[in-house]
Every structure is written in C-alpha cells, then in structure tokens.
Design a protein around this ligand. Structure first.
Ligand code: NSS
Length: 430
C-alpha cells in the first residue's frame, strides 16, 4: 500500500510505503528520525539501528534536505510526532539525491532570493497552506455560482482593444493587426448575460501597469459574474453573499492551513452579509475628517481605503463614485449625474479593494457619448453597442480579484505569494 501522508490515519498498525521528500533529519546514534513531506502532510520516519538492516541505517546517513525517498514501515499514531503519525521503518529507498547546496535552508532569505527560487520555495509548509486556501476558494467560486444557476462562460484572452483603462499587453495577430491580452472578461460577459441570463467568467486577466505595489500583479485571476435584470442593489447583495460564502467555506474546510499561516480567524468569523455601504461623497468627508488629502473626484488610494474601513469587522462597500474616476460602461446615477451606479468592496483590516462592480449603462446614446468622451476607439466597440441596440436590458456585474481575496483571507501583506508563479513588472521567471 502506498497511501499519501494525509491518509495514514486509516492505516495505523499496517505496513505501508510512503513516498516523499525529506525536510528534516536528526540522529542520536542509536535512533534516527527523518521528517517527510509529500504535499498532503508530514510524517516522521523512525529508524532504530538495532532493528533495521545495516544498509538502511547507512542510507539514512546519506539523507539531505529534499532527498526524495520511499520509506516502508508500520504506521503508528504518535501525538508528539510532527503530523501525528510515524512510520517504524523497515526499508528505505533513495529515489533522488539532493546535493547539500539546496538553495532554501532553514534560515531567513530575502524576498528576491525566494522569488528567484519560487519553483523550490513552493515546497514550504507555508506555501502549501496558501495554495490550499486558494484552491479551496476556486472550488467555492464554482460551487457558489453552480448552486445559483449561473452558467460559466469562458471569454477570450486575445482581444481587440477593449477593456479597462490601465495598460495593455499586445502581440501580433496574423493579418488582423495587434491583439491585446484581456484586462477583463466583462464586455463579453455582458453579451453572454443577454444570451444566458446569469453568467460568470473565471480566468486570467492582464494589466501592463507599472505599479510595484503589494496588491498589483500584471497577470491575475478574476471572477466576473454578469446578471441580466440586476440593478446596482441586487449586484451588491450578490457580492456580499458571495464574499461571505467564500470566507465561510475556508473557515469550514481550511482551519489547519489558517493555523499554519497564523491567521487570526476571529477577524474572518465576523464576515457576514449584509456589509455596510458608504456613499463616495460621504466617504470623502469621513476621510477628510481623518486628515486625508483626498478631494471629491479622486479615486481612493490604498491609504484612504484602509482609513475608511477602520473599526469595521466586515467588508465595506463604497458606492457611487464620480464618473471621471471610473470606467465608461458604468451607468449614470439618476439621482446625481456627476456619479455612477457602482461599488468598490473594501476588505477589512486595511486589505483594500477586492471587488469593483457596477450597473452597466444600458442607454445606447449615453454609452456612445461616454466612449467619445473617453477618447476610446468607437470601431472596436461596434459589437458591444449592439447589446444596447437590440433589446437593451438592465444588467449589472462585478469583478473579484482572486489574489487580493486570497491575500486577505490568509492574512498576507503582499499578493506575490498567493499565486504559484507571480508575474510582476520585474518578474517573468521562473
Ligand atoms: O478593474 S477592476 O476594478 N474592475 C474590472 O475589471 C471590471 N471589468 C469588473 C467587472 O465589473 N466585471 O478590477 C476588479 C478587481 C479589483 O477589485 C481587484 O480585486 C482586481 O480585480 N485587480 C487586480 N488584482 C491584482 N493585480 C492587479 N493589477 C489588479 N487590478 C485589478
């Protein structure tokens, strides 16, 4: 039998073979220990000199950090052992030696060094915990929308020039000229919402932003639902239900990982719908009262976002931003035409914006005007305008940034650790 380490509990008293990598060795001369990792957990292999063949004892002596091995022995429950189980070793095979210059040693390494060795850094317990929370969230995203009757629609990554305002990555596209990597799936999502009613996209998005902040990647994953007949209020209700669902799922299924990350889970347990809503104009007044230099008309920066959520135990919506601060497709607010029917969802504890959402402008003439005002290339938007020409409809949607959400839930200051191989302005390798 070759169980994974996480399955050892079902094999107590049995002889099994475990394959994995050595993370730690120590020996007293008569008894020796090797801690193994296989990605599902850790277990301790115990070698008793008087009980194992001489060659096995000698082979133990060759084990180094990250040697890959196959260990056969009897499973014992041992509360004091890392992982809670140990193997009383009978046999040991070395599968792949690991020279003693393994780059990541149990000591402090600088972040650039770790990112240069990201392919190896992923093997750490902390990185596994983050990856497990991310994977849990991805599954929860699909479950949430599936349970609510949404269709998943996969939108193109190679697009003509259309999207958000930030920088575009481009590439040659046969005879068609320049193609751009998608910054959002939204505009295609809107077409799909008119066709299928309730949809979501979940894919990589790309922004050639020259920002080197702790919350920007050039390639990140976004979840974008788009719903026919939803107005801005319905949209925020969906967002708070969605975010509460995601947090509850991680609390329910990933306690061990949150513990590994030393996350204060009491800060997550309060994340329940409904979320407070602050109108942008009020937010500016609150921020000015707290000493911020923000002026009406500005988008809110990271510091302002952190100031604003102080004292809240759950995410906060900031609604109805000024038109100038937001994208052309957002619907004008009938109660205050200087603003649009939109919301940013700000995570608590200063993590900042995790969602941008809005009701979409559904009036043909108004959206044409917005495209002109923004100086966007009208010809690229022909098909998008058809959605307003043929049976226009009230609709709303939002985009949740997966990496920012994982960083918040895991309690990480920087989003570079929440994706296996981060892409940033100065990082294309490994
Ligand atoms: O630019 S957004 O605010 N909005 C959109 O892209 C809309 N098209 C979404 C929609 O309505 N369908 O980005 C949405 C979220 C934002 O709140 C962040 O959580 C995340 O996407 N985001 C990023 N994450 C990581 N790195 C970068 N550069 C980044 N930009 C946005």
């Amino acid at each position: 039998m070759t169980p994974r380490i996480s399955e050892l509990g079902a094999h107590v008293g049995q002889r099994v073979t475990v394959r994995g990598w050595v993370t730690h060795v120590r020996s007293s001369g008569k008894i020796a220990f090797a801690v193994l990792r296989d990605g599902t957990g850790i277990a301790q292999a115990v070698f008793v000199k008087s009980q194992v063949p001489g060659e096995v004892w000698e082979r133990f002596g060759t084990l180094t950090l990250e040697t890959s091995v196959s260990v056969t022995g009897e499973v014992r429950a041992e509360p004091r052992a890392p992982g809670g189980y140990e193997l009383g070793v009978a046999a040991l095979e070395v599968i792949g030696a690991s020279p003693t210059d393994y780059p990541i040693q149990p000591k402090e390494h600088g972040i650039d060094f770790l990112l240069d060795h990201r392919h190896l850094w992923l093997r750490s317990a902390r990185q596994r915990a983050i990856a497990a929370v991310r994977s849990e969230l991805e599954q929860a995203v699909h479950d949430f929308f599936y349970e609510r009757g949404f269709l998943r629609v996969d939108t193109p990554i190679l697009t003509a020039a259309i999207g958000e305002r930030s920088g575009l990555f481009s590439t040659e596209y046969f005879e068609e000229g320049t193609a751009y990597l998608a910054q959002t799936g939204q505009l295609y999502g809107e077409a799909a919402a008119a066709a299928f009613g309730k949809i979501y996209t979940f894919g990589p998005t790309f922004r050639a932003e020259k920002s080197k902040t702790r919350r920007h990647l050039t390639e990140f994953w976004m979840i974008e639902p788009e719903v026919a007949w939803y107005d801005s209020n319905d949209n925020m209700r969906l967002q708070e239900d969605f975010v509460s669902f995601l947090v509850a799922r991680v609390l329910e299924r990933r306690q061990a990982e949150l513990k590994e990350l030393e996350r204060d889970v009491s800060k997550l347990e309060t994340v329940k719908a409904p979320f407070p809503r602050i109108n942008y104009t009020d937010a500016v007044a609150i921020l000015q009262g707290k000493g911020s230099a923000v002026q009406w008309g500005d988008d809110l920066g990271a510091e302002d976002e952190a100031l604003l959520v102080e004292g809240y135990d759950r995410p906060v919506f900031v609604t109805n931003y000024p038109k100038e601060a937001k994208a052309f497709y957002m619907k004008e607010n009938p109660d205050d035409p200087r603003t649009v029917l939109c919301d940013d969802c700000l995570a608590p504890e200063g993590y900042g914006e995790i969602i941008g959402g809005s009701q979409r402008e559904d009036d043909y003439d108004r959206i044409v005007q917005r495209i002109k005002d923004e100086g966007l290339p009208m010809d690229a938007y022909g098909w998008y305008l058809d959605l307003r020409k043929y049976g226009t409809f009230t609709h709303s949607g939002f985009g949740l940034g997966l990496e920012r959400t994982v960083a918040w839930i895991c309690g990480l200051q920087h989003i570079r650790e929440v994706i296996a191989f981060p892409r940033m302005m100065y990082r294309l390798r490994p």
